[in-house]
Design a protein around this ligand. Structure first.
Ligand code: LLP
Length: 432
């Protein structure tokens, strides 16, 4: 009935998330409101690390990609599950530091890190830095030397795999701003240089082929290409690469037509390939890292809105306007993303209409979606948009000087605030 398993309808016909009535949540905390179900986050993390243990004999780490959804409470939850964290900016790293996240389980990404970011990462002792380009390697070597440390690094590699997903979220192909290219020899030359560096230690190779991917085959192909390169490094330079980071990218269900494969199957298949390739190439089994983001945060979240205006344009369409939109969820205007929505206070009723849910920004493209099946929605109703836990809050903005919504976590029938709603004073906080 709903795209996410944690959603249900209670005895008064209201939508519930994690056993909590969403209409009551809207009343208590106001709208727009991001709601995250803690149990879904925990269960999904467990599915990933349990399968890593089962199929890869525990020789791996799950690093939650915090770009999908980052706040201190999320960092605490991931830390308490014993998993690691992928951060991509000093801001995400700072959030993790302040949440008390164990730094040895953090990987620091970014295709254009500043010196300030590298210095901070070295200072707080992140587990490893994923170096994207040669100038970063040179700058990091100097920074690590100054701080008298040896910093562990991985190299981000473009494995030349074309994942079948939206152009904007593809990253593994040669025409990409991320990482070192294999085909041109760029990656090999960089490795040759890194193995002779004193203050950085190359401990792994990383690739991330894209996001919202439903096939397992591109991940298997990427693993093969990466292992081939690890073998080449071993054979030509006599250097052992200990870690293989295969990134994230596992697709989730936004609408009924999406059919993601279970993560267990992904880990089973990829582990098999890695093991058999290592045997064939005569190299040691590397420690495996994966970086799921969307798959952990996405299905855990919903966004609640209050309906304002309803406009029926005969023979054209019906607009149902809500008190949020592209400022809290820019994914429709960016990618034409699809979502499932429910009128939370009529969740037990049939969805009898197909409407366009519009946001409140001065922008015609500010929509949550078009042609969305929905119960009849009128002013004052609460609309829940499902599976918004990833890349909504983390990509939100203050466009039109709108205040960012609050974030509430629900857990076993209870709710608690994790991020406060921005106030009008927050909007002008840095204005002089
Ligand atoms: N690792 C690296 C190096 C990444 O760049 C990403 C995502 C991930 C892991 C996590 O990928 P995931 O499991 O979440 O697919 N804003 C876009 C998605 C951009 C993904 C960026 N990188 C969207 O809303 O669809």
């Amino acid at each position: 009935m709903f795209v996410s398993e944690n959603l249900s309808v209670n005895s008064v016909g209201h939508l519930t998330i994690g056993g909590v009535d969403t209409v009551e949540l809207a009343k208590e905390y106001g709208t727009p409101l991001y709601v995250m179900d803690e149990q879904v986050v925990r269960k999904t993390l467990k599915r990933f690390h349990d399968s890593m243990n089962k199929y890869y004999d525990g020789k791996g780490e799950v690093h939650y990609a915090s770009k999908a959804f980052s706040c201190m409470e999320m960092c605490r939850i991931v830390a308490s599950e014993g998993d690691g964290l992928d951060v991509v900016s000093i801001g995400e790293l700072y959030t993790a530091v302040k949440a008390g996240f164990p730094m040895d389980r953090v990987g620091f990404h970014g295709n254009n890190k500043t010196d300030e970011e590298l210095e901070y990462a070295v200072k707080v002792g992140v587990g490893h830095i994923i170096v994207d380009n040669i100038s970063e390697l040179h700058r990091l070597e100097k920074i690590a030397e100054k701080s008298n440390s040896q910093t562990k690094i991985m190299f981000r590699i473009k494995p030349g795999i074309d994942a079948h997903t939206h152009d904007f979220v593809k990253t593994g192909q040669i025409d990409s701003k991320f990482g070192f290219a294999l085909e041109t020899g760029e990656a090999y030359e960089a490795v040759k240089e890194a193995v002779n560096c004193k203050n950085v230690k190359l401990v792994g190779l990383h690739c991330h082929i894209g996001s919202q991917i439903f096939d397992i085959a591109p991940f298997e192909e990427a693993a093969k290409v990466m292992l081939g390169f690890i073998a080449e490094i071993k054979n030509k330079l006599g250097y052992t690469i200990e870690g293989l980071n295969l990134g994230g990218g596992f697709g989730i269900k936004y609408v009924d037509e999406n059919d993601p494969k279970p993560f267990e199957l992904y880990l089973e298949k990829v582990s098999e390939i890695v093991k058999s390739e290592c045997k064939a190439l005569g190299i040691e089994l590397p420690k495996m890292f994966i970086e799921p983001g969307r798959s952990i945060a996405g299905p855990a979240g919903i966004t609640l809105y209050t309906v304002g205006a309803r406009k029926e344009i005969p023979n054209i369409r019906t607009y149902v306007s809500v008190d949020g939109g592209m400022a809290d969820n820019p994914r429709y205007i960016l990618y034409g993303s699809e979502y499932d929505a429910v009128v939370a206070n009529k969740a037990g009723e049939e969805r009898t209409e197909k409407v366009t849910i519009a946001g409140r920004c001065c922008e015609s493209g500010d929509l949550i979606g078009e042609n969305m099946p929905l119960q009849h929605a009128d002013s004052g109703d609460i609309i829940a948009v499902c599976a918004t836990g990833a890349y909504n809050y983390s990509m939100s903005s203050n466009y039109n000087r709108l205040q960012k919504p609050a974030i509430v976590f629900v857990n076993n029938g209870k709710s608690r605030i994790a991020v406060k709603r921005e106030t009008l004073d927050d909007i002008i906080r840095n204005d002089i």
